[in-house]
Write a protein that binds this ligand. Structure first.
Ligand code: SF4
Length: 390
């Protein structure tokens, strides 16, 4: 059964025909505008007749997909992480990061992940299921409401949470189009991160949707990368480089390379040379961040001095480089860690965090990589999104 942000306008109008029977056509337009422009719950749309609001409240296609299971704040309230329960009990994480002039949300695209990256909490937890378009879009709407209620404007969406977005291609692309069209976010402010699903990169390049592509690289020799990112054995670096070049050529967007610095693993002079050799032909931008350690892998992030030295040598080699700040350490910053912590024995008894996708997500550290900017204080978010005031 679809949720309120799953269907396109035509399909939602058809699904709501019984509830809208006898109403003028503009009522549906008011409802659609309320959902996407005002970020409102249908019950909050005072311009709709009360009897219609009552009918809509009972309409299955308008049921929400997400319910809040946990909320944690860090960075003096500038970072907030939510654990959402989906209707079937699967769980996903969403993170809102606020900066003085903007806000970024990191969304999950799958419950769990099948890619098995060794350093990632979600990879350690396994795959539960794909998310629907509506489950993805609703994460953004939730974050946009919280941002708005605290005086910030949600400007950026990064698909760096739980899951590999290009392994859930159709729902993710439909979500991107909905975020761009119905929610009005610039495609240039939408970022899809991948560990290297090469066919998906080529397909995305042909969509005519110039979103940013972030490649979670982490190693630029096939042996090391395959040990960190098992998918590399299927689509090794040569094919990845070709796909990134094709993406940049088709979209005019420079690809960014995400590199979670791991102590003694990929912060060596040799690793640096390999990264330079990979990045230079692509004119790629490199985002560095120390790894957020996960319970299932005994490697630490590189110490600050080595991070600084690595960045300086990249810069000296002519590679555009940014060292990203780590956000939300106090709330299990790297995606996947909150759900891992939240998996109580009782939950595990229902299938466990692994089965329900509770070992949340994402490329460890990656969500922070595009969340650049200063960390000035910002208002604390409300506990749950409040109603639209307009
Ligand atoms: S890093 Fe990304 S692709 Fe790899 S296991 Fe984690 S969520 Fe999946």
């Amino acid at each position: 059964m679809p949720s309120r942000y799953d269907l396109d306008p035509e399909a939602l109008a058809r699904a709501l025909e019984p509830a809208l029977d006898g109403e003028p056509p503009y009522r549906f337009r008011q409802l659609w505008d309320g959902l996407y422009r005002r970020l409102a719950d249908p019950s909050e749309l005072q311009e709709l007749p009360r009897a219609l609001r009552v009918r809509l409240a009972d309409a299955d296609p308008l049921r929400p997909a997400l319910s809040l299971a946990a909320e944690l704040e860090a960075d003096a309230g500038a970072t907030v992480k939510w654990l959402f329960a989906l209707r079937d009990g699967a769980e996903v994480e969403t993170v809102l990061m606020r900066y003085p002039n903007r806000a970024t949300v990191c969304v999950s695209s799958q419950a769990g992940c099948a890619m098995g990256c060794t350093f990632c909490a979600t990879g350690q937890g396994g795959f539960s299921r794909q998310l629907t378009t509506g489950e993805i879009v609703e994460q953004v709407v939730w974050a946009a409401r919280v941002a708005r209620d605290s005086g910030a404007r949600l400007s950026n969406v990064v698909f760096m949470g739980m899951g590999e977005p290009l392994a859930n291609y159709g729902p993710v692309v439909r979500a991107l189009r909905r975020l761009h069209g119905a929610l009005g976010l610039s495609a240039r402010h939408l970022t899809v991160s991948t560990v290297g699903v090469v066919p998906g990169i080529h397909r995305l390049a042909a969509e005519g949707l110039p979103v940013k592509l972030a490649l979670s690289l982490h190693a630029a020799n096939d042996s090391l990368r395959s040990s960190l990112v098992p998918l590399n054995a299927r689509w090794p670096l040569e094919s990845l480089a070709a796909a990134c070049a094709a993406y940049a050529g088709a979209t005019g967007r420079r690809v960014s390379l995400e590199w979670a610095l791991m102590d003694g693993v990929n912060d060596t002079p040799t690793a640096l040379e390999e990264l330079v050799a990979f990045a230079r032909p692509l004119a790629a931008h490199v985002n560095l961040i120390p790894l957020n350690p996960t319970p299932g892998w005994p490697v630490l992030g590189s110490p600050p001095a080595r991070v600084a030295g690595f960045a300086a040598r990249l810069g000296a080699a002519g590679i555009a480089t940014t060292v990203r700040q780590t956000r939300g350490v106090a709330i299990a910053a790297a995606c996947g860690q909150l759900a891992m912590r939240s998996a109580t024995p009782a939950r595990a008894g229902r299938g466990g965090a692994r089965g329900r996708g509770g070992h949340l997500s994402g490329q460890t550290g990656d969500i922070w990589n595009l969340a650049s900017g200063s960390t000035g204080p910002s208002p604390r978010p409300s506990r749950t999104p409040s109603s639209s005031s307009t």
